[in-house]
Ligand binder design. Structure first.
Ligand code: NDP
Length: 331
């Protein structure tokens, strides 16, 4: 079995030299254990934070050890009747081809006609993040004017579609014209800003949101946050989901110079971590499955092939290589 280890703690945008591909023997199963072959693994921006030695909501990865993260696998050998051979399971033991476990850390995938890897994207953590951030954190209401940054990504593209479904005006920012077309033509977003080609981010966002912004779904931080603060409407809500603009920073970034907008406009700005809201996951899966089956929500994927490509896929998150969910297909 092959797996990816963290070789160095990256400085700035990670490079392939920060990772190593290691072959390890597949052990003999003990009493009660199952052997899982991973079919798909997820790479996610939050993993960058775990590559640093620091205190956070989740422990750092260990140097010289296998990385971990969301994956979908298939049980290929079993000593546990709860997981017959052929069972598809969601797990947090990604970045490796095979692993054995008691099964305590496995969730059986529900039987649906939706492809398995959706449970790493639209029906998994990123979809749940979009749903929770809009409904619980931003208190989305019909008719709101919504702005989303990193709008074509795993979370962003679902935010755009849920907000449209809820009868909102939706605008977003992306890093390429192709992504802009995807949002406008395939997802029905009302306006898009390419933050890489604009010479005035705030003016471009203002044009995209002629009625101002009631809800900002923040995935980026930095200049985006500063520009949007100036464009928020009174009593607006900002759901702070991520700040990918800062994940590779090698020195502290400048704060927004205009936080007084929070007072002037009586804004609510709230950060959240989706795992705190996991009690709502079954209800989310039910709702999202319905939306997908009714053709109301679609989800694009960008797929890299083979575990040896996993570091490139991960690095690609920070250079905008993905539209929709970034995935690695292992088998
Ligand atoms: P995405 O699929 O959106 O991938 C990342 C995208 O971010 C890239 O494709 C790129 O698109 C954009 N990007 C990368 N660097 C920058 C930059 N410096 N400035 C602006 N845009 C950038 O990832 P996810 O959907 O998985 O995650 C989106 C955000 O949500 C992240 O900030 C992540 O940390 C956060 N998150 C938070 C969770 C929570 O519980 N709070 C849970 C899950 C995700 P482009 O070409 O448009 O630049």
């Amino acid at each position: 079995s092959r797996e990816i280890h963290l070789k160095h703690r990256p400085s700035g945008i990670p490079g392939s030299e920060d990772f190593s591909l290691v072959s390890v023997p597949v052990g003999v199963l003990k009493e009660g254990e199952v052997l899982v072959k991973n079919l798909w693994m997820s790479v996610d921006p939050y993993m960058r934070g775990r590559m640093l030695e620091r205190k956070s909501y989740i422990a750092p990865f260990e140097l010289g050890e296998v990385l971990s993260g969301g994956a979908i696998g298939e049980v290929v050998e079993t000593n546990n009747p709860a997981f017959p051979v052929g069972s598809k399971v969601a797990n947090m033991s990604g970045w490796r081809e095979y692993f054995s476990t008691s099964g305590a850390d496995l969730q059986l995938l529900p039987k649906t006609d939706i492809p398995d890897q959706a449970f790493l994207g639209v029906l998994g953590m990123p979809g749940m993040t979009a749903y929770t951030g809009l409904s619980k954190i931003a208190q989305l209401k019909e008719g709101d004017s919504v702005f989303v940054s990193a709008a074509s990504g795993a979370v962003g593209a679902i935010v755009c579609q849920i907000a449209k479904l809820k009868g909102c005006y939706v605008a977003g920012s992306v890093g390429s014209d192709e992504k802009a077309r995807y949002l406008l033509e395939e997802l029905g977003v009302d306006a898009v800003v390419n933050y890489k080609t604009t010479d005035n981010l705030q003016e471009s966002i203002a044009k995209a949101c002629p009625e101002g912004i009631d809800v900002y779904f923040e995935n980026v931080g930095g200049a985006h946050l500063e520009a949007v603060l100036n464009l928020m409407n009174d009593y607006g809500r900002i759901a702070v989901c991520g700040m990918i603009d800062q994940y590779n920073a090698t020195s502290p970034s400048a704060g927004p110079s205009n936080l007084s907008q929070l007072i002037i406009k009586k804004l609510t700005m709230q950060g959240f971590i989706v795992f705190d809201h996991w009690d709502g996951y079954p209800a989310f899966v039910e709702q999202m499955t319905q939306w997908i089956q009714q053709g109301k929500i679609s989800a694009k994927e960008t797929v890299y092939q083979g575990i040896e490509q996993a570091p490139e896929a991960f690095i690609g998150l920070f250079t905008g290589k993905n539209t929709g969910k970034m995935l690695v297909k292992l088998a």
